[in-house]
Ligand binder design. Structure first.
Ligand SMILES: [Zn+2]
Ligand SMILES: [Zn+2]
Length: 362
């Protein structure tokens, strides 16, 4: 093992990254030291980079991470969340929030809101504890982190987004309930959206409609299972024609755009459910017609992050849908020293994800 490693610190002086070298310490208690194999840049990392989301700087961004175990603290039980034995060298991922399992939110099944939560890729930098984000050579998993073995043969490109995009989708689908025979509308065909298209079909939706402003992304969403795609201007007609005026049963709003919400709201049918997932940055308020919510018996729910069970299911889902072109969603891999370029590229709609990795195989 090296005795030190690199960390890409964001925002110390300007909105760029600076490479810093820090000494590695042996893990203590039940901590696990992990070598980062790769980290894909999530949309929320891009929001932080562009200043749309407030983050305490300097910080180590990156939370869609997969890595290999380097060493265990002496108090670690060496089992993953499912009880499988863990060994040095195992390829793992973990829930983005470490939680206490004791507080009011943990007891209520909302561990992502734990009062003593520790969120990877979101901490203000502390030179004593620098291994807290994915844009670094190593990461130190702290007490309360739920660790998962990555299924055999799943590539880095498929594994990295599991602990954010895929698991968040699973949480949203859990809220949606049984999809068998339902008509689903997915607003947004980015990484969350194409994953949601695949998941909706996998879980038995009768019809999946996807809406985005980008035509190329709509084509990709159809490769992942959408039955019908449309630009926002055509949405109301498409929904009306395909549902003989009844409207859709479930809407996943994945863009965070108030305009997208208002467009989608027009399309919901009686007893419909609107699940808000994309609004992870401030936006202007939407005009909500309360009378329609009442008369149509609607429910509107928000989903933020996920519980560890959702990540377990996300890994099963990715494992069982290997026939889909998941790998194609990470359009570019760059090394840690090219992290500035990685964030420039990650802003382009050309790429669903840009990955940062020093590993040879993605
Ligand atoms: Zn994320
Ligand atoms: Zn807690």
């Amino acid at each position: 093992m090296q005795d030190s490693g690199l960390v890409a610190l964001f925002g110390e002086k300007t909105s760029t990254f600076e490479m810093n070298n820090f000494k590695l310490k042996d893990p203590v208690g039940d901590q696990i030291l992990v070598k980062v194999e790769g980290c894909t840049i999530c949309g929320s990392d891009v929001h932080s980079f562009l200043g749309r989301r407030s983050v305490q700087v300097p910080t180590v961004l990156g939370h869609e991470i997969a890595g290999r175990i380097v060493s265990f603290g002496s108090g670690n039980k060496r089992t993953d969340y499912s009880g499988d034995h863990l060994e040095i060298g195992d390829f793992i991922t973990w829930s983005v929030v470490a939680n206490c399992d004791k507080c009011i939110y943990c007891n209520r099944g909302q561990p992502q809101k734990c009062v003593s939560s520790f969120k990877y890729g979101h901490k203000k930098h502390n030179p004593e504890e620098p291994w807290v984000g994915g844009l670094a050579e190593y990461i130190l998993l702290v007490h309360g982190t739920k660790v998962f073995k990555i299924p055999e043969g799943l590539s880095l490109a498929v594994a990295c987004p599991a602990n954010c995009t895929t698991a968040t989708n699973v949480a949203a689908f859990r809220v949606a309930g049984n999809l068998a025979g339902k008509v689903v509308l997915i607003m947004g065909a980015g990484m969350l959206g194409v994953t949601a298209c695949a998941m909706a079909k996998f879980y038995g939706a009768k019809l999946v409609i996807v809406c985005d402003t980008n035509e190329k992304r709509l084509i990709k969403a159809c490769e992942f299972g959408a039955d019908q795609s449309t630009l926002p201007a055509g949405l109301a007609d498409v929904v009306s024609n395909l549902t003989v005026g009844l409207g859709v049963d479930i809407i996943f709003e994945l863009t965070g755009s108030p305009v997208a919400f208002e467009n989608a709201f027009e399309c919901v049918g009686i007893g419909g459910k609107i699940i808000l997932v994309g609004s992870v940055f401030p936006s202007v308020p939407v005009g909500l017609q309360m009378e329609i919510v009442v008369r149509k018996l609607l429910s509107i729910e928000g989903v933020h992050n996920y519980a560890p069970e959702d990540l377990a299911q996300a890994l099963c889902f990715l494992n069982e849908t290997r026939y889909l072109p998941w790998k194609s969603l990470v359009g570019k891999w760059l090394s840690l020293s090219e992290v500035d370029l990685a964030f420039q590229l990650a802003q382009s709609p050309e790429y669903y994800r840009v990955g940062v990795s020093n590993a040879m195989n993605h």
